[in-house]
Design a protein. Structure first.
Length: 146
């Protein structure tokens, strides 16, 4: 057995801590919402839960049949085509949505990620033509002081 398999080096440990940080931040943020019950919080984060827990099993399914086992989640993340996913998300954000889809899509995004629309300079959802415009919306001057 290789020595790196017995005792992961500091680089691997630092990478694993970095990979877990967004998940901890998400659950901490969801735990701070006092206006929602626990089942509602679980429902709100179902997309992220599916990606976090089920995706590794789906990706590792073909590899486990040939006897391949990853040492950590770092090796799993190395197999994900991040450049392709990034470009696909970029294209998806630039798609002009039909007028009748603006309110449902943005409402789902607001509900899923807990966006505070009272901080936006333009609160009307019909003003944003695609997700990119919605993401780069201007805020009110007093919304988030530095």
């Amino acid at each position: 057995m290789c020595q790196s398999e017995k005792h992961p080096g500091p680089e691997l440990q630092a990478a694993e801590k970095w990979l877990y940080f967004p998940q901890l931040a998400l659950w901490r943020r969801l735990g701070q919402l006092s206006c929602m019950s626990r089942p509602a919080l679980n429902l709100r984060s179902w997309l992220l839960t599916i990606l976090h827990y089920l995706l590794p099993f789906l990706v590792l399914g073909p590899h486990s049949q040939v006897g391949w086992r990853p040492l950590s989640r770092v090796s799993l993340y190395k197999t994900v085509p991040t450049r392709l996913l990034s470009r696909a998300c970029g294209r998806l954000n630039q798609v002009e949505l039909p007028y009748w889809l603006w309110r449902p899509v943005y409402s789902l995004y607001i509900w899923t990620f807990g966006v505070n629309m009272t901080e936006a300079a333009v609160e009307d959802l019909h003003h944003y033509h695609n997700l990119s415009e919605f993401f780069w919306r201007k805020l009110k001057p007093q919304a988030q002081p530095v």
